[in-house]
Design a protein around this ligand. Sequence first.
Ligand SMILES: Nc1ncnc2c1ncn2[C@@H]1O[C@H](COP(=O)(O)OP(=O)(O)OP(=O)(O)O)[C@@H](O)[C@H]1O
Length: 301
Amino acid sequence: MTKRYGDELALEGLDLTVRKGEVYGFLGPNGAGKSTTIDLLLDFIRPTAGEVRVYGRDAQDESLEIRERTGILPEGIELYDRLTGRQHVEFAIESKEADDDADELLERVGIADAADKKAGGYSKGMAQRLILATALVGEPDLLILDEPSTGLDPNGAREMREIIREENRRGATVFFSSHVLGQVEAICDRVGILRDGELIAEDTIAGLEDAVPDRTRLRVRLDPIPEDSGAALSAVESIDGVSEVEAEGTTLVVAVADEAKTTVLRTIEEHGVTVEDFETDESSLEDLFVAYTSERREVAP
Ligand SMILES: Nc1ncnc2c1ncn2[C@@H]1O[C@H](COP(=O)(O)OP(=O)(O)OP(=O)(O)O)[C@@H](O)[C@H]1O
């Protein structure tokens, strides 16, 4: 689908399929188009071109049927200030004609203590937990969560992940967006990365990692770098698996494939330079996300 807001192109020919039973992490920096995608799924907005189907049904023509089986946590939802947490959940239970126990749901999301407090007095994190509780009503087949960790402290974010896992084990499909990779890596079967309205990568976390070579930086401290180090440097540069060599004082920083690390060290010593010490920095998945999403560092998937 494509979505324009006036002249602004928010989504450009996005073609995305979430499979039944999977946890799909939808990642992208601010403004990439994640909320726009979710709003299209929920028929809050209409596509400029293309179509959206949920459970095989048209997201526009059959949005009510879709909503009945879906738990949603949209971005920027407002609570009713004068209603308590329990009243919010009871309202959701009635609307869905479900038979959940409101207190059990509040307990599950960690705000049982605040059940009788008016939502107007809730903190951001408490509000987010309450919205999650309403999303869980009626054991939905699909959970659509827009930035579910917003406003949560680290404990809250961990509990959120745990709930997503439990829901998935129960059989729910989960589609959730985030701009923080760390929150999705532990629980996603697949990840799609959106940038400027286009899906630029889609794979398992392991697959995404494999697509980015030279993920190790080897830092080698030399004693000292000899005057005529040129030969050693060019020998290192020409090793298979080495993509970049930089000298920082007496330290050589080498971007290298894991399997070529020992060859780098051996080559340096063969050129008569003593390796005093070395260490490796593994790039984190966070670096990987930056590599995929930043304008400056293009990565060929
Ligand atoms: N109602 C609107 N009117 C005009 N432009 C909009 C509107 N909503 C979104 N946009 C634009 O569409 C693009 C995608 O925005 P969207 O909110 O979908 O991004 P996002 O990935 O959810 O970002 P964030 O992580 O900040 O929530 C942005 O450039 C944004 O400015």
